[in-house]
Structures are given as structure tokens and as C-alpha cells.
Design a protein around this ligand. Structure first.
Ligand code: GLP
Length: 241
């Protein structure tokens, strides 16, 4: 496990973007696994800028998002599909058919679980997974208590996760109760993981991941056993280490 601590949020964003850009240069047909959220937003924006400025080629790359909210459309500004398109995919030369985000409106939604698994398999598995964490240590929509061998499934969002997302969604009741997500077992199958966390509200989870035991009540703690893990933090997220 390698830990990188950056002085401020800007340096953190640049480091994350360089990490992704190096991967695209090293392996032009990389399959990226992508978390959406505030933590990764500027990493993706800068990755897209580097693509433009340095001509980094994504024409053979693939992307697969980790999760999506159930019940909202990919055209909704709050969906993971909309956000990943806006920050990254619409700004790089990736082929739309080489990108996948689960369809939160699929009816019945269970059908999308098979599509999710098949798309990742057809992309050849994930080379680099950019993984965010929730304040409670969740990864994707795998909330505390989720078994480490869990796989693609529908998951209920914890109350504190919905509270964290309330402002973004325009109120607690607006936050969907269900997500479609990769399981922790699927996340661990990625060839490399970049775990990213910034801000004081992530500091406690980061301290428990790095100094504590591996525990199902802290889903992100399992990444410690991944053979190819980098943890990227800003000073605030690292403040309790
Ligand atoms: C959501 C997503 C996760 C994401 C996490 C952190 O719950 N399902 O994939 O990593 O939020 O989001 P943020 O970066 O906005 O704190």
C-alpha cells in the first residue's frame, strides 16, 4: 500500500488526474472503474484538460462506473451518468459505446445487474479503479455491514449517506433509497485501486482504514489487502493519521 498526502485540494486533484493520465499512456486500452461524487469531480476535469493539452489518447479506453441511483434517469443532473459525462466522458476522445454506467431506470431493475456484470467482463475487467469513500467508510453503495464477498446488487443507502447527499439532491427525501452497485468482491477484482479522500469529514474513516482492523462495519477497510493499492489524501483527510 502506498499513501500520497497532498498539501491542499488543488494538488490532490492534480495528482489524481496525473495518476489516471499515466495509466492511459501506459496501457492505451485501459478499462477505468470510476466513482462519482465531489471528491473525484475535479480529478476528472483536470484529466480531461490533460487529454486536451498533452494529446492523451482515450480512443481505445473503456470506463465503467461503480454505481448509480435507482429511479433517476441518466439525463438527470444528479445521476452518476450525467456527472461522469459532464466532467470527463464528453471531454475526452472515448467512444460512447466503450462507457458504461448502470441504467437506474431499467425495468425491472434486476435485469440491469446482469448487464452490469457482462459489460465489465466484455471490457476485460477493470485495470484501474478510482474509488471514493463515504464518511461512514462505504465504497460504491456498499454500506457498513456488507459482506466482503458481495457482488453486483441493489443496495439500500444508509440514513447518513442520504443525509450527506441531501444538499446535492435538494433535500433528504429527494435522495433515492436504493442504488445499483458493484459489490465489494467485484471492487477487489480490479487490477489496481486508487482510493481517494479529501476533506476533514473523511479523516475519521481514513484513520480507521489505515490504523484499524479490517471490519465489515467499515467496508473500505478491506482494500488494505489489495496487492496494488494507492491511497491519495489531502492534508485534511490525513489529519488524524
Ligand atoms: C456516493 C457514491 C460513492 C462515492 C461516495 C463519496 O455514496 N456511491 O461511489 O465514492 O458517494 O462521495 P463524495 O466524493 O461526494 O464524498
Amino acid at each position: 500500500m502506498k499513501i500520497i498526502i497532498k498539501e491542499d485540494s488543488g494538488a490532490f486533484d492534480r495528482e489524481g488526474a496525473l495518476f489516471m493520465s499515466r495509466q492511459a499512456l501506459r496501457k492505451p486500452d485501459t478499462c477505468f472503474g470510476l466513482a462519482t461524487g465531489e471528491t473525484t469531480r475535479n480529478i476528472y476535469t483536470i484529466t480531461a484538460e490533460l487529454h486536451k493539452d498533452l494529446n492523451i489518447d482515450y480512443s481505445l479506453c473503456k470506463t465503467c462506473n461503480l454505481d448509480e441511483y435507482v429511479g433517476i434517469s441518466g439525463n438527470d443532473r444528479r445521476s452518476c451518468r450525467y456527472r461522469i459525462n459532464e466532467t470527463l466522458l464528453n471531454k475526452i476522445n472515448i467512444k460512447p459505446e466503450n462507457t458504461y454506467v448502470p441504467d437506474g431506470l431499467c425495468d425491472p431493475i434486476e435485469k440491469e445487474l446482469t448487464v452490469f456484470r457482462e459489460r465489465i467482463e466484455s471490457f476485460g475487467g477493470i485495470d484501474l479503479l478510482v474509488l471514493g469513500i463515504g464518511n461512514n467508510g462505504h465504497v460504491a453503495f456498499n454500506e457498513p455491514g456488507t459482506p466482503f464477498d458481495s457482488t453486483f446488487r441493489l443496495a439500500s443507502l444508509a440514513g447518513n449517506t442520504r443525509r450527506d447527499k441531501a444538499d446535492f439532491f435538494g433535500g433528504y427525501d429527494e435522495v433515492p433509497e436504493l442504488g445499483i452497485t458493484m459489490g465489494i468482491g467485484d471492487i477487489m477484482m480490479s487490477r489496481e485501486i486508487l482510493l481517494v479522500a479529501k476533506g476533514q469529514n473523511k479523516a475519521d474513516a481514513i484513520k480507521r482504514i489505515i490504523h484499524g482492523h479490517i471490519d465489515v462495519d467499515l467496508p473500505a477497510s478491506i482494500v488494505k489487502v489489495h496487492p496494488n493499492l494507492t491511497i491519495l489524501l489531502d492534508r485534511e483527510a490525513a489529519s488524524l493519521l
